[in-house]
Design a protein around this ligand. Structure first.
Ligand code: ADP
Ligand code: ASP
Ligand code: MG
Length: 411
């Protein structure tokens, strides 16, 4: 008998028919003799709808209230699944994050889980019931409801699995596993059967939204095996596990596209010590994560500064940056939401020359202009105009031969 945590994403609980399908899967795992804890997302589209409502109510909503609002979608799907399971004769009970006590810090809208209390969950399991936990939410030390950032139910799933020392965390979604790139963009994408935590973290951080990055961080830290699979069939999916020798270090193992990018440019920034700190400190204090930063070479004592941030943080960031720009007497602040980031990822890249030039060449061949570049040992990212994002993804996937069976590890 195993202890399994099953997390179901929004498309898997989109309507009552899908919720019934989930209930049947849960029931099956139970009938096979396992203890099952379920974590659910909101019904597909619901969190988006709630976010739009908040934005209609105020351009910059108070984040405490924002979290109270957008966490409600999960309450609906959790209770509906519990009711469905009960109607099938299975004792199930739904629980909100604060009822379990999923403790987080107080960074509203991007809170981090600090602790998952297990007493209530264990009691439920012992009594033979199936606990259904709302994903995406927790509670801070003051009792405020917090949310974990978009896609955060994955992290709830893995954090619950880690706390309970579960045998596996199954992430059920609308694709058969983790692919070399988003299979909805590139039909040639190939399923990867095993991937290391580190490579998965890189893919997640660069836009492969199939797993939230923090869920992979948790899994790595507590050594929780993740099985990403479809809720619509019984195929084996992708195992995200500790690196092992069987995992060949291929040159490029995946391509990601992140549409969640916005670019801010501050022009004619006086070029003197301390200016960068003045610009970026208020942004980081507001828990906004800055990704790429480019500073032009200085001419006549002035420079231009460009950086990227998540699209959803643009309004808040602009408010802060405009204030700083006035203080430091920069000329103007511009924002551009019409960008995306395409990246190639591969642990083998570090020891090979020519990967970057191959990437730039492939994009140039399609006349795709590169606006910003950043590199690390394991990835290269380019910012391009939004309309070229999907084309760039397909072009790079092909340029690095990812559609071919013999180049991949064991997909
Ligand atoms: P859920 O609602 O189940 O959490 P998400 O929409 O958050 O599902 O994540 C699944 C989606 O992730 C897929 O439908 C796919 O479009 C996207 N995706 C992006 N990159 C990848 C990838 N490399 N492999 C698989 N899916 C990917
Ligand atoms: N419902 C939340 C979202 O849409 C959390 C999740 O789906 O993982 O971001
Ligand atoms: Mg998701």
């Amino acid at each position: 008998m195993a202890l399994i945590v099953q997390k179901y994403g929004g498309t898997s609980v989109r309507d009552l028919a899908r919720i019934r399908n989930v209930a049947q899967r849960v029931a099956k795992a139970r009938r096979e003799g396992n203890d099952v804890v379920v974590v659910v997302s909101a019904m597909a589209g619901e969190t988006d709808r709630l976010i739009r409502l908040a934005q209609q109510a105020s351009e910059v909503p108070d984040l405490r209230e924002y979290d109270s609002l957008i966490s409600t979608g999960e309450q609906v799907s959790a209770a509906l699944l519990a009711i469905t399971l009960q109607s099938m004769g299975f004792p199930a009970r739904s629980f909100l994050g604060p009822q379990i006590r999923i403790l987080t810090d107080s960074a509203f809208s991007v809170a981090r889980i600090q602790k998952v209390e297990t007493a209530r969950l264990r009691r439920e399991l012992k009594a033979g019931r199936i606990p259904i936990v709302t994903g995406f939410q927790g509670v801070d030390a003051e009792g405020n409801i917090t949310t974990l950032g978009r896609g955060g139910s994955d992290t709830t799933g893995v954090a619950v699995a880690a706390a309970l020392k579960a045998d596996v965390c199954e992430i059920y979604t609308d694709v058969d596993g983790v692919y070399t790139t988003d299979p909805n963009i590139c039909p040639d994408a190939r399923k990867i059967s095993r991937i290391s935590y580190d490579e998965m973290m890189e893919m997640a951080s660069l836009g492969a939204k199939v797993l939230q990055i923090r869920s992979v961080e948790f899994a790595k830290k507590y050594n929780v095996p993740i099985h990403v699979r479809s809720s619509f069939n019984d195929k084996s999916g992708t195992w995200v596990v500790k690196e092992d020798e069987k995992m060949e270090k291929v040159l490029v193992s995946g391509v990601t596209l992140s549409k969640n990018e916005a670019r801010v440019t501050i022009s004619r920034v006086p070029d003197r010590p301390g200016v960068a700190s003045k610009i970026f400190t208020p942004i980081s204090d507001a828990h906004i994560v800055v990704d790429m930063i480019i500073q032009n070479t200085s001419s006549d004592g002035y420079t231009d500064m460009t950086f990227t941030i998540p699209k959803g943080d643009l309004k808040r960031a602009l408010k802060l940056v405009k204030k700083t720009a006035e203080e430091i007497k920069a000329q103007s602040v511009m924002a551009d939401e019409n960008i995306v980031k395409v990246s190639i990822i591969g642990a083998g890249m570090v020891s090979h020359a020519g990967v970057a030039s191959k990437m730039f060449g492939a994009l140039a061949k399609e006349n795709i202009n590169i606006m910003m570049i950043s590199t690390s040992e394991i990835k290269i990212s380019c910012v391009v105009e939004a309309k070229y994002g999907e084309l760039a993804t397909r072009v790079l996937h092909q340029a690095f031969g990812l559609e071919k069976g013999d180049l991949q590890k064991d997909g």
